[in-house]
Design a protein around this ligand. Structure first.
Ligand code: RIB
Length: 312
C-alpha cells in the first residue's frame, strides 16, 4: 500500500446546472442545485484513499458546519485528518460552480480558511512527509506554503506532485522541487508564456522540463493528454469514451491516480492510463466528492482484476 500526503484546499461546492456558463452581465435560469464536498486538496486526498492508498490531508477548514461535514466525509473514507486544522478566524472555503448540460464547468472560489494554511503547517507535517511515498500539492493554498511544502516534503524523501491549478507564478528554485507537474493546456501556456499551438506543445513542455521538473503531464480533457519526461520519453494517452455529466474534479482524480499508480510501481505509461481511467470515472457523476472513483471501478474500466501485474 502506498502512502500519500495531500497538502491543499477543502471547499464545500455549491453547484448549479445551467444551459451554459453565464456571460458578463447575464442572469441565467439554471436547473438543479446541489451541495457536495470539494476543494482540489480534499478531492485528491479522498481519491487517493478510494484508490487504496493510505492518505493524509494537510489543510484548514473553518469552525463551522461546512468544515465538520468535510472532515467527517474524509474520515469516513479513511483519510487521516490528524493534520487538518479547524480555525476560528475564517469560514470553510466555498466554491460556486456552474455545470453546463455538456458537463463542463466554471468555478469561483472563496478561499476562507484555506488561506490560513501556512509554512508552519508544513513544518508540523514533517512526520507525515517522512513516512509518505509522495506529497501532492495544488494551487488553492498560499504560494509561500506550497513552495515551502514542496521543498520540505522532497527533503524528507517524498516524490512531489504539483497540480498547478489555478496557476500562479513560481520562483526559479521551486521548479527544481517538482517531480511531477500536472497542467492543462491553459496553465501550460501560462507557464511557458506562449499562445497555444499544437505544434508548440512540445516546445512549451521542453521549456518547463528545462526548469528542473522531472515529468510533465498535460491533460486535454476528452482528447486525453501527453506525458513528457526529462529522460526524453514522451507519449500521448487516450481519454476513455464515457458520457460526461460533470467534469468537476476530473483532474483531481487524474492526479491522485497518477500519484498512486507511480507509488505502487506502475511504469509511467501504465500509470497514465490508470490516471486517465480515474479522470474519466470522475466525469460520470455530479459533484466532486461523490464522483471520486473507487479502485474496483477503475479496475473494471481497465478490464482487469485489481492486483494484476503492470505490463502493458
Ligand atoms: O477541481 C475541482 C475543485 O475545484 C472543486 O471541488 C472546487 O472546490 C475547486 O476547488
Amino acid at each position: 500500500m502506498s502512502t500519500v500526503a495531500v497538502v491543499g484546499s477543502l471547499n464545500i461546492d455549491l453547484v448549479i446546472r445551467a444551459p451554459h456558463c453565464p456571460q458578463k452581465g447575464e442572469t441565467l435560469i439554471g436547473g438543479a442545485f446541489g451541495m457536495a464536498g470539494g476543494g482540489k486538496g480534499s478531492n485528491q486526498a479522498l481519491a487517493a484513499a478510494r484508490l487504496s492508498a493510505k492518505s493524509h490531508i494537510i489543510g484548514c477548514v473553518g469552525s463551522d458546519d461546512f468544515g465538520r461535514r468535510l472532515k467527517s466525509v474524509l474520515t469516513e473514507n479513511g483519510v487521516d485528518c490528524s493534520h487538518l486544522q479547524t480555525r476560528k478566524e475564517a469560514p470553510t472555503g466555498t466554491a460556486v460552480i456552474t455545470v453546463t448540460d455538456e458537463g463542463d464547468n466554471s468555478i469561483v472560489i472563496s478561499q476562507g480558511a484555506n488561506s490560513l494554511l501556512d509554512d508552519g503547517a508544513m513544518a508540523g507535517a514533517m512526520n507525515i512527509f517522512e513516512t509518505s511515498d509522495a506529497a501532492l500539492f495544488q494551487m488553492e493554498s498560499p504560494a509561500k506554503t506550497v513552495i515551502a511544502g514542496l521543498k520540505l516534503s522532497r527533503q524528507h524523501g517524498c516524490r512531489t506532485f504539483l497540480s498547478a491549478e489555478p496557476p500562479y507564478s513560481l520562483p526559479r528554485e521551486a521548479w527544481q522541487n517538482i517531480d511531477y507537474l500536472i497542467l492543462n493546456e491553459r496553465a501550460l501556456g501560462f507557464y511557458a508564456g506562449h499562445k497555444l499551438h499544437k505544434s508548440s506543445l512540445t516546445a512549451m513542455a521542453n521549456e518547463i522540463l528545462n526548469r528542473g521538473v522531472k515529468c510533465l503531464a498535460v491533460t486535454q480533457s476528452s482528447k486525453g493528454g501527453m506525458i513528457f519526461a526529462k529522460n526524453g520519453d514522451h507519449f500521448s494517452f487516450d481519454a476513455f469514451n464515457i458520457r460526461s455529466v460533470d467534469n468537476t474534479g476530473a483532474r483531481d482524480a487524474f492526479c491522485a491516480g497518477l500519484c498512486v499508480g507511480l507509488c505502487e510501481g506502475m511504469p509511467l505509461k501504465r500509470a497514465a492510463k490508470f490516471a486517465s481511467a480515474c479522470g474519466a470515472l470522475a466525469c460520470t457523476k455530479i459533484g466532486a466528492h461523490p464522483s471520486m472513483p473507487w479502485r474496483h471501478q477503475v479496475s473494471a474500466l481497465l478490464g482487469e482484476a485489481h492486483g494484476d501485474d503492470y505490463e502493458l
